[in-house]
Structure formats: structure tokens, C-alpha cells
Ligand binder design. Sequence first.
Ligand SMILES: [Zn+2]
Length: 441
Amino acid sequence: MPALHPVPGTLEERILRQVEAGRDQLAEITSELIRIPTENPPGRHYPECAALIADWLRHAGFEVESLDPPPDFGDALPGHLAEEIRRLPAPTLPRRNVIGRMGSGPRRLHWNGHFDVVPAGSGWSRSPYSGAIEEGSVHGRGASDMKGGIAAAIGAALALRRAGVRLHGALEISATVDEESGGHAGVAWLAAAGHIASDTDAVMIPEPFGSTRVSVGHRGVLWTRITSLGEVAHGSMPFLGRNAVLGLAPLLEEIRTRWIPEIATRRTRLPVVPVAARAATLNVNSVHGGQAGDGLESPQVPDRAELVLDRRFLPEEGLDQVREETARRVRECASRAPGRDYRLEELLAVEPTRAPADSLALAAVRFGVQRALGTEVEEVASPGTYDQKHFASVAGIRDCVAYGPGILELAHRPDEHCPVEELERSAKVLALTAVAILGAS
Ligand SMILES: [Zn+2]
């Protein structure tokens, strides 16, 4: 078990008081970040938001670097990520990441947050980018997911500075782009280009699991596209062709009546929340076939129809096995009747990930929550993925957890907000983790 440094009571007290003294500032940083609408897609206003974060990092004593991936950044990524990039439309707006670095020593701790947010959508009772600080919360898109988390990390560093703490190791804070669309130009590229050191001892991502929960990892993902091939003919004589849309029907029926119920019986030991997501799941993401429905149509038997499947799998299943099972089920469905012709293509694959049992990051969060909040942290895992996958597979850093402020259920929803109390509690814990991992005087 890697050892945490002892945190003397007087030092702890000083740090916690300084986080409390910075409560209004924490809310203000969150609000400032929310007021820059960094919607992704398409990735608006990244340079402005990066500049604001860089200012705060410098204010907290960090050396700051702004890092724009070059246009051909996809070539630097590992094979499967490079392939995904080739399938995506090239970004038209600038991508900019920020890294702040402070101190040096035997250990390195890295806090990472994404500053892109999903589009606001409808149903808001306040303007989604007001950043209003009212009723004890900061309001707006990104308050929980996860500008509040970035603010908590910066606020923790500011409190350490005000408390006069000298860390005995390296502390880094990165703020990155595009997490909501896969993180290729953000954490994946930073890691591939060597900006995130592979010998980093611990990574914490302040995603909004809430101040008393820590996420140790996530399930895996396999996206596939299945194309049904038919034969085009005049719509008045459909018997002369083979309808590709109807060709999908038996496969959809198979998915509905057998595939989904059968995999739903598989359970993981990963502590995924909500509990229903501890089973393997399959979602039919989209079905497309025939001609575009919004214009005039000509009478045609469609010769092509496709569906995209989003399979979330368990570490106990394994990616290779899920790939094989997908191919087998599609093949078997095709073989049940003559003329069924399916093509299977892989769109995206993410390995499940979990921090090791002897994780330094996990031990530090457990300690920090005990000391700062007087309670035991609850270990959970995420039903969806986040940038932990890139720290694990691209940077090779397995010692990574997600710990941060907010209300997970509000992520991507109208009226997203983050209680100021949550910001303060998470900032306290983060500040103590830095001392416990790096040591300080
Ligand atoms: Zn997020």
C-alpha cells in the first residue's frame, strides 16, 4: 500500500479555514466559467475560457502552458483513437487546453477537469449561462459538469497558497476540451503528445459524483454500425427488389426479445451507480434507411439501411468477448433466412477501467473525506465513460479516480446548478489530498 504523508492537525486546520475563507471566491470562479458558454458540439469559446482558467492558475502560483493540438493531431493518437478522429468531421473552431504546474519532488499529483459543456437545451427556469449565485447555489450549464469541479481544484490550490503550504512534490491542474465528444483533442492528445507524464503518481478528475462519493472507474463501450443490404427496385414492384429496411426488422426483434434480456442478467462487481447499470446494457442509438424523410420521395425499394448500437459492457465480459458476441449474434440472425445481408463495422471501443485496489488517489480521497467532512467516502463507478479512459490507456496512468462537487443527476439537464457548500467541501478534500500525497511543510 503506497503511504500517505501524515498531515499534522495544525496544518490541516489552517488549510480548512483557508478554504472556508475562499467560499465566495469559489462560487465566483464557478460563475465566471459558466458565463463563457463553451458548448460542445461544436466547441465554442474555448480560447476565452482557457484564458480565464490560465489567469486563475497563475494567480494560484502555477506555471501555465496553453496547448493547442495541431490540425493533424489525430495522427499522434493510438490506432483506435486515430481511426475515430478520421470518421469525425474536422473541428472548425480552435481547441485549447491549459496545464498549470507547480513544484517538484518525488511524487506528482494531477487534477484534470474538462471545460466544455453540452448544449443548454430547453426547459430552463433561468438563463442557462447566467452564472447566478442564488439560493446557495451557482446556476447554469456546467455548474456541476464540471466547471464547479475545475473551480474546486483551483480553489483548493488558492487555499493551500493562502495557508502558506509548501508542497514537497509536483501539483498539476489541467483544464481540457472536448470531453463531451470523446476527449480526443483534450486529454487523449495531451497524453499522446507527452504533456501528461506517464509517471504521474495519482490523477483526480473532479467530475460531479458529489463530495462524499468517489468514482473508481467505468464500464466499457462498444459502438457498432450494422448495415442491412438489399436490392433497389421500383416501389410499385417491390417484389423485384429486396427491402433493406425490412431486412433490419428481424435483427431489431432479436435485439429486443433476446439480446437485451440475455445480457441484462450479467452483473458486474464494479460498484456502478445507479445499481441498474451494474448489468450489461445495449441501446439502439439510431436507425436510418431509405430516403431522407423531409423532402419529396420517389418510389424506391431501399437497398441500404443501418442501425448504430451502443453496447456498454462489464469488466468481467471483456472487449474481445463482446466483439465476438456481437459478430456472432449478427451472423446468426443473418443465417436464419436467405437474403439477409448484414455488414458489421466498429465505430468506437473503450476498455473498462478501474483504479487499482492500492490506489494512492483513492486512499487520499478516503483520508480527505474522513478528515474534512467527518464521514466515510462511498466508492462508486460510472455507468458512462469520462476522461479516465485516456489517462489509463493513452497516458498509462491507472491510479486515477473521479472526485468532485455537484449533483450527478443534474448533469446535461435543465436547471443544472451546484451548491456552494459542495464546492467548499470538495475543495477542502482536494486540498488535503495534495498534502497527503505530496507531503508539505
Ligand atoms: Zn463531465
